[in-house]
Design a protein around this ligand. Structure first.
Ligand SMILES: CC(C)(COP(=O)(O)OP(=O)(O)OC[C@H]1O[C@@H](n2cnc3c(N)ncnc32)[C@H](O)[C@@H]1OP(=O)(O)O)[C@@H](O)C(=O)NCCC(=O)NCCS
Length: 199
């Protein structure tokens, strides 16, 4: 697949998430110029220096390679230094995206993730490997939907929220901005309120 053929990218960050992002860029046929980080890592791409190198580049897109196991604040802070349009949405070719789904700039959809009809995912959010977002969900900016999280239909997740690995949101849940739903937690919406049922 070569959806991003001839499009040049620099990856911001040189750790584990960057490696996954590089895989997607390779699968989509993009050209990876290298990565920026505070120091050189073992990422098998050119080390280009500190992140501020990206300020002076033309005809180059950026791919956010910093993940966020417990906070997505660094992703947001760095992303906000650059025009949003430089962060094209990156969708693994083996993710499934339903009809009418809207993915903003900077969204990353990893392998095996599923986003069903009419859902919206905001700027800079990660939908990690195998996560499921069912129909008519609203996911905010700079969220992290961690691997294997399962978000049922008509849920709303506020900006910067993290839905931990294998967490479950039952139909119609609302998660407030900045909240963390921990690994494996189950939330249900009942009597007009969203409750965590296994604290
Ligand atoms: C959100 C999270 C980081 C909070 O962890 P934490 O900082 O340890 O949380 P707390 O300090 O409140 O932990 C209090 C206690 O609950 C336990 N605990 C934390 N998360 C738990 C969970 N999801 N299920 C059961 N117990 C948990 C801790 O081990 C600790 O136990 P202890 O008092 O016996 O030592 C953690 O719950 C989590 O989700 N981790 C996974 C992060 C992740 O993998 N993200 C995706 C990366 S791709």
């Amino acid at each position: 697949m070569s959806l991003l053929a001839d499009i040049k990218f620099i990856i911001i960050g040189g750790g584990g998430h960057a490696r996954v992002v590089a895989d997607i860029l390779n699968l989509l046929g993009a050209e990876i110029l290298g990565y920026v980080d505070n120091h050189q890592t073992d990422l098998p791409h050119h080390y280009l220096g500190q992140e501020d190198r990206c300020q002076h580049l033309e005809n180059t897109h950026l791919a956010m390679g910093i993940g966020g196991a417990t906070s997505t604040e660094i992703r947001r802070k760095i992303s906000e230094k650059y025009p949003k349009q430089l962060f094209l949405p990156l969708i693994h070719p083996r993710a499934i995206i339903g009809e009418g789904v809207f993915l903003d700039y900077g969204v990353q959809v990893m392998a095996g993730a599923i986003i069903e009809a009419n859902s919206k995912v905001g700027y800079g959010t990660i939908v990690n490997s195998g996560a499921i977002i069912n129909h008519d969900c609203q996911i905010g900016e700079f969220c992290h939907i961690a691997p294997g999280a399962n978000i049922c239909g008509m849920c709303s997740v506020g900006d910067n929220a993290i839905i931990g690995p294998s967490a479950i949101l039952g139909v119609g849940c609302t998660i407030e901005p900045d909240n963390i739903i921990r690994a494996g937690q189950i939330c249900l919406h009942d009597g007009g309120k969203t409750k965590i049922i296994n604290r």
